[in-house]
Design a protein around this ligand. Structure first.
Ligand SMILES: Nc1ncnc2c1ncn2[C@@H]1O[C@H](COP(=O)(O)OP(=O)(O)OP(=O)(O)O)[C@@H](O)[C@H]1O
Ligand SMILES: [Mg+2]
Length: 235
């Protein structure tokens, strides 16, 4: 579904990604893990066309999309759920849903959202910015359904949320996977990410330092060896 070949990218003269090669097969969950500043967000933004790569090649759904813009990637079936949620805080919940909905299917999209998160049904007229953090993340995740994506790229969906809400977020990610979409997931909750993922990449200082099936990573030693981080923390 998605392939990055030897991709280099960064900001201005600053190189962050240094020759990253990574693959997300169709209908597969891939977790991308690593310490703060490793370049995970930069990788997701590059894959989504928000950052233009300096070198390398990106293939999406069989098409070479290197250098293409984000809207092109979206048309090819990629849905990017950014760090910090990416909702419109000064619009109502309803208007946020309408904006994300395919044309002519607004009613259906709202119904889908309410089915996934009943609490949103009681908040349709409320400004999105006045929702709780968890409710805002639910609203953001709804995009992962209603746009019918083939690949969902999720950056720290559980950031700053209470454990019960994090459970709901992961439940929603599972439902997105159940639609047949592939998922590329950046998560701070390492063990939960491993539960969901088929394959894992570990990243450090802009490079992939480990790649393997997620069950290989149950031995936490791998994390310590490659990243110097402790798993366990934060579940
Ligand atoms: N807009 C920007 N301009 C310049 N440098 C940036 C910019 N955004 C990120 N960086 C730098 O790129 C490097 C990688 O950042 P990135 O956000 O990709 O890391 P990350 O792995 O997502 O970290 P975190 O776990 O903290 O979210 C960092 O050194 C960061 O300071
Ligand atoms: Mg990040």
């Amino acid at each position: 579904m998605l392939e990055l070949h030897d991709v280099t990218a960064g900001y201005g003269d600053t190189v962050v990604l240094r020759g990253v090669t990574l693959e997300v097969p169709d209908s597969t969950v891939v977790a991308l893990l690593g310490p703060n500043g490793a370049g995970k967000t930069t990788l997701l933004r590059t894959a989504s066309g928000l950052i233009r790569p300096m070198g390398g090649r990106i293939v999406l759904a069989g098409e070479d999309v290197t250098g293409r813009k984000a809207y092109h990637m979206a048309r090819r079936g990629l849905c990017h759920l950014p760090e910090g949620r990416g909702i419109f805080p000064s619009l109502s919940v309803r208007d946020n849903l309408v904006l994300e909905s395919p044309k002519g299917r607004e009613g259906e999209s709202i119904a889908q959202a309410v089915e996934a998160f009943p609490v949103l049904g009681t908040r349709l007229r409320q400004m999105a910015g006045s929702l709780s953090g968890g409710e805002q993340q639910m609203l953001a995740l709804v995009r992962g359904f209603v746009t019918n994506p083939k690949l969902v790229v999720v950056d720290e969906a559980s950031l700053g949320l209470a454990p019960l809400v994090v459970d709901q977020i992961f439940e929603t990610l599972r439902r997105i996977v159940a639609t047949g979409a592939a998922l590329l997931l950046v998560e701070q909750y390492v063990n939960r990410a491993l539960d969901l993922a088929d394959h894992v990449y570990l990243m450090n200082r802009g490079q992939i330092v480990f790649s393997g099936p997620s069950d290989q990573l149950r031995g936490e030693e791998v994390f310590e060896r490659y990243l110097g981080i402790e798993v366990g923390a934060g579940g």
